[in-house]
Ligand binder design. Structure first.
Ligand code: ZN
Length: 106
C-alpha cells in the first residue's frame, strides 16, 4: 500500500488547499460531535460552520448521530458493579449539600 502524502500547499495558509484543510478538520469535528468529545471552542467552530450552511458537514453530523444510535441499540445494557449504587448515592448527597446547604442544619 502506498503511503499517503500531503500536498505541500496544504500547509500554506494562503493557498486554496488551506481552506480545504480547515474544512477537513471541521468535517472530523462533525463526525466526533455526537460522542461529546468536542471542547467549547470546537463546538463553536462547528456550529458556526453549520449555520453558514455546509450541507456536507451537516450530512456527516447526521450520519454520525445515526451510527451512534445504532451502536447504542446494539450494546447490551450493563449492570452496575456491587457498591456502585451506594457510591453514587453518597456522591449525589455530598454534591447536594455543597450546592444546597441546609440553613441552620447541623
Ligand atoms: Zn463543511
Amino acid at each position: 500500500m502506498a503511503a499517503r502524502t500531503v500536498p505541500p500547499d496544504v500547509m500554506q495558509p494562503d493557498s486554496p488547499s488551506a481552506a480545504g484543510a480547515v474544512h477537513a478538520e471541521l468535517l472530523i469535528l462533525a463526525e466526533l460531535a455526537p460522542l461529546g468529545v468536542l471542547d467549547s471552542l470546537e463546538q463553536h467552530r462547528l456550529g458556526r460552520h453549520l449555520r453558514e450552511g455546509c450541507a456536507f458537514c451537516d450530512r456527516a453530523l447526521d450520519r454520525a448521530w445515526r451510527v451512534l444510535d445504532v451502536l447504542a441499540l446494539a450494546t447490551p445494557p450493563l449492570s452496575p458493579s456491587p457498591g456502585a449504587r451506594e457510591r453514587l448515592r453518597v456522591r449525589v448527597a455530598l454534591a447536594a449539600r455543597t450546592r444546597f446547604p441546609v440553613i441552620g442544619g447541623s
